[in-house]
Design a protein. Structure first.
Length: 229
């Protein structure tokens, strides 16, 4: 199975549009199409600030967005109601206790801007293998012995890249994020990649960088050789 040779996004000539069949698709955030979700391809992609995102009807797209969302911990804004929920929570938290259940639940989340899910069965199997290889990680939120929320993401050589989250009880995914941030801070990390801005992460203080700014920040952080997990 041939590996993908990913371009350096700094020097890549991003197209405004790509044509497949009779249709054009926006492509200004995409470095390439096709290839397999192998451990080698995923590792190389995340090291370069690239991630896959399934779109129905297209060969697998690999993204490095023109505008990249990050959350710097010193700029984290926790609303009073969430602080209270954090102080009084009866949830318990774990890391990497049940990655498979977390990603499977994330795949079931209904999103207003998507008709289906980008976390396909192929993604689930590939990322479970990525987790077993030590590159993908999860945070679980428990109410007694029931999984009620969580998130997962990738350790890209010392930078955590958030992929998706879910909740079955109020605030469970947000508290999972706070738990993750506290963990990452103990490992020397000062920020995480959230890829694409969402309203509730913007409320928490996330902001966007242009592509080159993000890639420079990614490289600088990777040079610290942090061990996040």
């Amino acid at each position: 199975m041939p590996s993908i040779i990913f371009p350096d996004p700094r020097n890549h000539d991003f197209a405004e549009w790509a044509m497949f069949g009779e249709f054009y698709y926006p492509a200004k955030d995409i470095v390439g199409f096709g290839g397999e979700l192998t451990l080698e391809n995923l590792t190389k992609a995340y090291q370069k600030g690239i991630f896959p995102w399934h779109i129905d009807g297209l060969p697998l797209p690999w993204f490095c967005p023109e505008r990249r969302a990050i959350l710097e911990f010193e700029k984290l804004h926790v609303p009073k109601s969430l602080k209270k929920a954090w102080r009084n929570t009866k949830f318990t938290f774990s890391i990497d206790k049940d990655f498979g259940s977390v990603i499977s639940n994330c795949a079931k989340v209904k999103r207003s801007h998507e008709s289906g899910t980008w976390i396909t069965d192929d993604f689930i199997h590939a990322y479970i293998d990525f987790h077993k290889a030590g590159n993908a990680h999860s945070v679980e939120v428990w109410m007694e012995d029931k999984l009620v929320g969580g998130l997962y993401g990738i350790d890209a050589d010392g930078v955590f890249c958030g992929e998706s989250m879910f909740f079955k009880q109020s605030n469970a995914s947000k508290l999972a994020l706070l738990y993750l941030i506290e963990h990452l801070k103990t490992r020397g990390s000062t920020w995480l990649d959230i890829q694409v801005m969402t309203p509730h992460l913007e409320v928490l203080g996330a902001h966007e960088l242009d592509r080159i700014e993000f890639l420079d920040k990614l490289k600088s952080e990777q040079e610290k050789n942090l061990r996040l997990f």
